[in-house]
Design a protein around this ligand. Structure first.
Ligand SMILES: *[C@@H]1O[C@H](CO)[C@@H](O)[C@H](O)[C@H]1NC(C)=O
Ligand SMILES: *[C@@H]1O[C@H](CO)[C@@H](O)[C@H](O)[C@H]1NC(C)=O
Length: 311
C-alpha cells in the first residue's frame, strides 16, 4: 500500500498535499476550539460567527441586548446566554426537552415548550432519549398511535405513564388532555374512539348540545356540541345517565340501569352516596388543598360541569 502510494505520487505533490492537509486540520481545530471555548472573548467571536442577517432575536452580533441578564440564542430554543456588564459570561443549555423562557431577562428559566414560541429559533440540542422518553423531560405521545388517552411524563429521563380523564385524549400540541375534537389527532376522533356519531337534528336541538346515552355504559353519555361533534362525558360514581331527563341520576330512577353498580357498590354504599352524612368540621380548619390538574384548560372543568348533582 505504502509502496503503491509513493509510486504514483511524486515527492513534490505529496509535500504540497501534506501542506494542505496540515492547513485544513489547523483550520478545523481553530474553528473547533473557537466554538467550544467557554469564556467571554471567544464567546463573542462565536456569537458573531453564528449570526445571520434578519435574525430578530436577542444575543445577536455577540452583543448583549442589555447589560445584564439571560438572553435567548437567536437560533436555538434551548440555548441561552448570561450577560454581565455587556459581556457574555456563559453560554448555557436547558435540560433536554425544555426550552429557554425568554419572558424576563432577570430570570434564568427553562420550561416545557408548550407556552414558548420557538418558531423563530427552532434549533434544539440533540435529544438524549431513554425508555418511553424521546427527550429527557416533557410530555410525550404513547408509542402506539392507537392509544390516544395515555401519555408519558418524563423527568430526567424517567417516565410516568399518565391516563387522561374519561373521554379525553392526549393533545401533543398543548401537552394536556383535551377533547378529541380539539386534539385533532389522526385515529383519535370521538367517532373513532367511541364508535359514536351524532344523529342529525334540527338547528334548535343542535344549539342545545343534545345528550345521548352510551349504549355500552350506563355511567356515560355523549354530548353533541352544536349537534355535530360528540364528546363522551360521565356521571359521578353511583349515578347513571337518565335518557329521559338528559341528566345524571340515581340508578333506582333509571329502569334500564337499575343494576349497573351491582358488584361494584353495595346497596349501603349507594345509599351513602345518595344521602351522605355531612361530617362537621370546625370552621377554623383550613381548606384542604386538593390535587389539581396541572393545566388551566377550561374544558377539563367541563367534565364536572356535565355531571350535575341531581336531587
Ligand atoms: C432579510 O431582510 C431583508 C431586508 O430587510 C429582506 O429583503 C429579506 O427578505 C429578509 N430575509 C428573510 C429570510 O427574512
Ligand atoms: C409564534 O411567533 C410567530 C412569529 O413571531 C407567529 O407568526 C406565530 O403565530 C406564533 N405562534 C404561536 C403559536 O403563537
Amino acid at each position: 500500500m505504502q509502496h503503491h502510494y509513493s509510486s504514483i505520487v511524486d515527492m513534490k505533490t505529496s509535500s504540497s498535499l501534506a501542506f494542505f492537509a496540515f492547513a485544513y486540520i489547523y483550520l478545523y481545530l481553530a474553528i473547533e476550539v473557537a466554538s467550544r471555548a467557554p469564556g467571554n472573548s471567544n464567546m463573542r467571536t462565536k456569537l458573531k460567527i453564528s449570526t445571520m442577517p434578519n435574525a430578530t432575536t436577542e444575543a445577536i452580533d455577540g452583543e448583549c441586548p442589555e447589560s445584564d441578564g439571560f438572553f435567548a440564542d437567536a437560533y436555538q430554543c434551548d440555548k441561552y446566554y448570561e450577560c454581565r456588564d455587556d459581556t457574555v459570561i456563559a453560554e448555557k443549555l436547558c435540560p433536554d426537552g425544555t426550552v429557554f423562557n425568554d419572558f424576563n431577562p432577570t430570570h434564568e428559566k427553562c420550561d416545557l415548550p408548550f407556552n414558548i414560541n420557538c418558531s423563530q429559533r427552532p434549533k434544539l440540542q440533540d435529544p438524549k432519549p431513554t425508555e418511553h422518553c424521546p427527550r429527557l423531560n416533557g410530555y410525550f405521545n404513547h408509542e402506539d398511535p392507537n392509544i390516544c388517552n395515555k401519555f408519558y411524563y418524563c423527568v430526567d429521563g424517567k417516565f410516568n405513564l399518565i391516563t387522561c380523564p374519561d373521554g379525553l385524549v392526549y393533545n401533543e400540541r398543548t401537552g394536556i388532555c383535551s377533547w378529541p375534537d380539539e386534539a385533532k389527532k389522526k385515529g383519535c376522533s370521538s367517532e373513532e374512539l367511541f364508535k359514536f356519531s351524532c344523529p342529525k337534528v334540527d338547528n334548535t336541538i343542535a344549539a342545545q348540545h343534545p345528550r345521548y346515552l352510551d349504549p355500552e355504559d350506563c355511567q356515560f353519555f355523549y354530548v353533541c356540541i352544536n349537534g355535530e361533534v360528540p364528546r363522551r362525558s360521565g356521571c359521578k360514581l353511583g349515578q347513571v345517565f337518565n335518557d329521559k331527563s338528559g341528566a345524571c341520576d340515581w340508578p333506582r330512577n333509571v329502569p334500564d340501569c337499575i343494576e349497573w353498580y351491582k358488584g361494584i357498590l353495595t346497596d349501603a354504599e349507594l345509599e351513602a352516596l345518595e344521602h351522605p352524612t355531612p361530617k362537621s368540621r370546625p370552621s377554623t380548619q383550613p381548606q384542604i388543598k386538593r390535587y389539581k390538574m396541572k393545566s388551566s384548560n377550561p374544558d377539563i372543568v367541563k367534565i364536572s360541569e356535565t355531571t350535575p348533582i341531581t336531587n
